[in-house]
Design a protein around this ligand. Sequence first.
Ligand code: GLY
Length: 338
Amino acid sequence: MIDRREFLKKSGLAAIGTVAAFSKSGSALLQEETADLGKSKLKEESIPVVISTWKHGIAANEASWKILSNNGTALDAVEQGVRVPEADPDVQSVGYGGLPDRDGYVTLDACIMDEKGNCGSVAYLQNIMHPISVARMVMEKTPHIMLVGDGALQFALANGFKKENLLTKKSKEAWLKWKKESNYSSHKLKGHDTIGLLAIDKAGNLSGACTTSGLAWKYHGRVGDSPLIGAGMYVDNEIGAAAATGKGEAVIKISGSFLVVELMRNGKSPQEACEIAVNRIVKKQPEYIDKYFQVGFIALDKQGRYGAYSVKNGFQFALYRNNMNQLLDSKFFIENQK
Ligand code: GLY
């Protein structure tokens, strides 16, 4: 295996500046001294790294880290990582136990992308516990990138997945309550804590995965950003990877994850790239001020540097690096109205 220093030289990444990531309190959590590998090199322990969205990212990261620390690939790590919240009935924004659409159907979106730029995706998929694994199978077994709805279901069933009821008692009750008390205003849509998970493995390869039950009480048939390569998630193994969470419509409008990766390509740090993408939303989508509006981005670059930023306060991300798995508060653009 090519060593870290050699790898960075070959990648043309010898000089990469300094990055600082901050918690909500603004204190520096991490500073990597990286000015010139001739004089000071990146710490070996800066890879592998796993970063994912929200609190449920902690358990997902654990599963990913197990694979990475045993010399597994980033692709296996991201898939196995997000399968954890997909199967957790208490996570009501992903997979099994996800909140349904306004007609009571749990419909799932997911995508995956590897270091070679291969990708697979499913959207509006019902009754399958692990949409991320179906997305991977679309990537590996078909000449296509995306399967949706009944076609995605038939493909999954033909490939050994089981049909299951994903609507738990708890989520059904929440839906019945919403039906009584709420209207269909998009401003009131909640429950969009998608999991996006990005990893870099010991060989320096990046992959990403993103999976969600989408906005709660959405229109039947609505698909968000999460299964759309470049919106919900994007990987370019030369540069870095990014994933989005929050209101999918807002992310799609700016091709959010692709934008974050392109900003890194143009020299921005992962943190700066996430901040610029959020600023783009704020500038172009005045509805960002609405109480229920939220978008957050996470990013990871080829050196294992990370970033996270959101429109509103409250976005958390899970970071596993240097053998430590932490839940961190993201910096944000604006405090939400009370
Ligand atoms: N970001 C998830 C969704 O909007 O469906």
